[in-house]
Design a protein around this ligand. Structure first.
Ligand SMILES: [Zn+2]
Ligand SMILES: [Zn+2]
Length: 155
C-alpha cells in the first residue's frame, strides 16, 4: 500500500487515516448488520485501534442492541451521526466501515460471513470464501495479520 487510506463521516467533522492495510476485511450479511445499515450487508475493515489515526473529530459510542448477547458499540460522528467504526468486544481492534473511506473501492472483502441471512439477489464471487455463520481466522488470515493480532491483544 503506497498511500494511507483516509475517510470520514458525511459532514466532515470526523476524519481518519489508516496507517497500514487492514488485518482482514469482512463482508457481513447478518441481520444485525442489515438492520444497522439499512442495507444488504456491511463491509468492515478490521484494524488495530492504534493504526486508525483520528485527524479530526471525536466519534461517540452508541450501544446498539443485537438479536443475541451483548450490544454492539458503534462510534458515530457527534454531528451527522454517521457510523464510522464499531467494536466487537475487544477495543484493541476496530471494525472500520469501508463505506466511509474516501475511496471505498480500494478494499475488497476477504471473506463473506453470515451468508445464511444473505439477501437472495446478492451474488457472491466464487473467488472469495463464504460462510453460513463465522469462520476460523487462524485458517484464513495471512500469517502477518495473525502476528499483528497477537501483538495487540498481548499488550
Ligand atoms: Zn459528521
Ligand atoms: Zn454482521
Amino acid at each position: 500500500m503506497s498511500v494511507p487510506r483516509e475517510g470520514g463521516c458525511a459532514c466532515g467533522s470526523v476524519r481518519y487515516r489508516l496507517t497500514s492495510d487492514p488485518l482482514f476485511t469482512h463482508c457481513c450479511h447478518c441481520l444485525n448488520c442489515q438492520r444497522q445499515t439499512g442495507s444488504a450487508f456491511v463491509i468492515n475493515l478490521l484494524i488495530e485501534a492504534d493504526r486508525m489515526e483520528l485527524l479530526a473529530g471525536d466519534p461517540q459510542p452508541v450501544d446498539a442492541p443485537r438479536d443475541v448477547g451483548s450490544p454492539q458499540r458503534i462510534y458515530r460522528c457527534p454531528t451527522c451521526q454517521v457510523a464510522v467504526y464499531s467494536e466487537y468486544g475487544r477495543p484493541e481492534v476496530r471494525f472500520v466501515r469501508a463505506g466511509t473511506l474516501d475511496d471505498p473501492s480500494s478494499v475488497m472483502p476477504d471473506v463473506h460471513i453470515f451468508t445464511r441471512s444473505k439477501l437472495g439477489w446478492v451474488r457472491l464471487p466464487d473467488s472469495v470464501p463464504a460462510f453460513e455463520v463465522y469462520y476460523d481466522s487462524k485458517a484464513l488470515w495471512p500469517a502477518t495479520s495473525l502476528e499483528r493480532l497477537d501483538a495487540v491483544l498481548a499488550v
